[in-house]
Design a protein around this ligand. Structure first.
Ligand code: HEM
Length: 146
């Protein structure tokens, strides 16, 4: 995946306004509610018994924030995403056994959160840039799978 100078600018401009705590928590909640089978990875997080419980689960919120901060860090290394995520990819593959399709799903959930939060500012151009960049992130995270 190659992002143009313009696309990188667009992504960085929007990302500087993103609150990782709110949007990260929100994205992981959505992932777990919309794709209930992903809950299997978070059995140590306590009550995931209903959408409301997931939404108010502090561990889910905190982990969502952690994941979004990790993505934010990766945005500073777009030229070498694969190397940047090499260890994390291996960890999700060999230790956590996360289906790599879920990396793309998580990106989708972040896009939904940004659309809800930024409204008109989340233009089709911005959406297209993030679709591309989250796909690149998911692709890099999937590289350690074999
Ligand atoms: C842990 C990043 C997606 C499941 C982590 C950690 C990071 C991270 C930074 C902490 C690693 C550490 O403690 O050293 C990411 C990124 C993702 C992503 C950037 C991009 C989409 C997912 C998805 C799932 C998942 C989709 C499951 C459906 C987990 C689990 C842990 C973890 C279960 C361990 C949690 C714990 O026990 O505290 N991830 N992750 N991750 N991730 Fe991901």
């Amino acid at each position: 995946v190659h992002l143009t100078e313009q696309e990188i600018k667009c992504v960085n401009a929007m990302w500087s306004k993103v609150d990782c705590k709110t949007l990260g928590g929100d994205a992981l909640v959505r992932l777990l509610v919309v794709n209930p089978w992903t809950q299997r990875h978070f059995s140590t997080f306590g009550n995931l018994g209903s959408a409301d419980a997931i939404c108010h689960n502090a561990k889910v919120q905190a982990h969502g924030e952690k994941v979004l901060r990790s993505i934010g860090e990766a945005l500073k290394h777009l030229d070498k995403l694969k190397a940047h995520f090499a260890k994390l990819s291996q960890y999700h593959s060999e230790n956590l056994h996360v289906d790599p399709a879920n990396f793309d799903r998580f990106g989708q959930m972040v896009c939904i959160g940004m659309a809800c939060h930024f409204h008109a500012e989340f233009t089709p151009e911005v959406q297209a840039c993030f679709e591309k960049v989250f796909h690149a992130v998911a692709d890099a995270l999937g590289k350690g799978y074999h």
